[in-house]
Ligand binder design. Structure first.
Ligand code: SAM
Ligand code: SF4
Length: 318
């Protein structure tokens, strides 16, 4: 399935819930979010059906996200339904890792290939601060469980927050030396709760290359990935630099997003949405709606127009 700019759409990111068991300061308000009615969220069957149609249309990479995907009731059933589809070559989940120890084995058995784990600090107290009460130990045990059951290669996503974790860049990079783990630094985006944070928090991830000058750029394997990868000499894993606001990779963009309430989003930075939930519930042909929708995927995002997404990261899933 191609969009009107000839880009082949092969990747869908599916948010399975808006809810989360953490309250990262840049993402969710302390009090959590207004609970969406159960009937407004896609059911396990509906998620499976929409995924099936996308895979029929040529999607071969699926990522589950949230909110926190592992708090979604029926998450293993969702993974099983998608894991069974023929034609998927990469099936991953983005998680905060807190519940990974509990679910890693079942996720693997249900057909998941690998996990991306969000971790902004290696310091227990700082972790508790940034997540408003999370326990670093849970995530570290989750990472170990993921390794044990083979949900690999593991990628760790770190949002850089100026004055909070820029002093840990070297330590985080060092995680890539002995193990085949990629650590990816993501710039804090002015979206959701982070809008309330001071300008000093928004730092360029160029700082990673300044702090660790030994990093050497490696050849791009996937031109559609927003990450540029580097490696320390002889390290097993890589260091990724992700600038989510850069338009550099729009011409290679192969992805669309599905929100937990069943809206198809064609670009992270666009407010255009297509309601697949309602279409499905009315018995309409969602394949046709998806093909028509994808044809409208914007060529690139235009932040200079002052246009910005109204949805929060926990609603879109990153
Ligand atoms: N709860 C899961 C997790 O944390 O991995 C999945 C959903 S979370 C919204 C996906 C990613 O978005 C996380 O890596 C998180 O750090 C990132 N994120 C959230 N708010 C952000 C912001 N304002 N700027 C940049 N990244 C953000
Ligand atoms: Fe939850 Fe992920 Fe947002 Fe943190 S970043 S509050 S873990 S959804």
């Amino acid at each position: 399935m191609k969009d009107s700019f000839g880009r082949e759409i092969t990747y869908i990111r599916i948010s399975v819930t808006d809810l989360c068991n953490l309250r990262c300061r840049y993402c969710m308000p302390d009090e959590g979010i207004p609970k969406v009615r159960h009937e407004d969220i896609l059911s396990v069957e509906e998620i499976g059906e929409i995924a099936r149609v996308f895979v029929n249309l040529g999607v071969n990479k699926v990522r589950l996200t949230g909110g926190e995907p592992l708090v979604r009731r029926g998450i293993i059933d969702i993974v099983q339904k998608i894991g069974r589809l023929d034609g998927i070559r990469d099936f991953a989940i983005t998680t905060n890792g807190v519940l990974l120890k509990k679910y890693a084995r079942d996720l693997k058995l249900a057909g998941l290939n690998r996990v991306n784990i969000s971790l902004d600090t290696l310091d227990e107290d700082k972790y508790s601060y940034i997540t408003r009460g999370g326990r670093l130990k849970d995530v570290l045990e989750g990472i170990e469980s993921a390794k044990e059951v083979g949900l690999t290669p593991i990628k760790i996503n770190t949002v850089l927050v100026g004055g909070f974790n820029d002093d840990e860049i070297e330590d985080l990079v060092r995680l890539t030396i002995e193990e085949e783990i990629d650590v990816r630094f993501i710039e804090l985006m002015p979206i959701g709760e982070s809008i309330k944070m001071g300008p000093e928090c928004f730092i360029s991830n160029e700082i990673v290359l300044e702090k660790v000058p030994d990093l050497v750029e490696v050849e791009r394997e996937d031109p559609s990935s927003p990450a540029v990868y580097y490696r320390l000499p002889n390290a097993k894993g890589r260091v990724g630099i992700i600038n989510p606001l850069s338009c550099k990779f729009c011409q290679y963009c192969n992805r669309v997003r599905l929100t937990a309430d069943g809206k198809l989003k064609l670009c992270l930075h666009s407010n255009m949405e297509i309601d697949l939930k309602e279409a499905l519930r009315k018995g309409q042909d969602i394949e046709e709606i998806i093909v028509d929708g994808v044809a409208k995927k914007p060529e690139s995002h235009r932040l200079e127009d002052g246009q910005y997404v109204y949805k929060k990261m926990y609603q879109i899933g990153g």
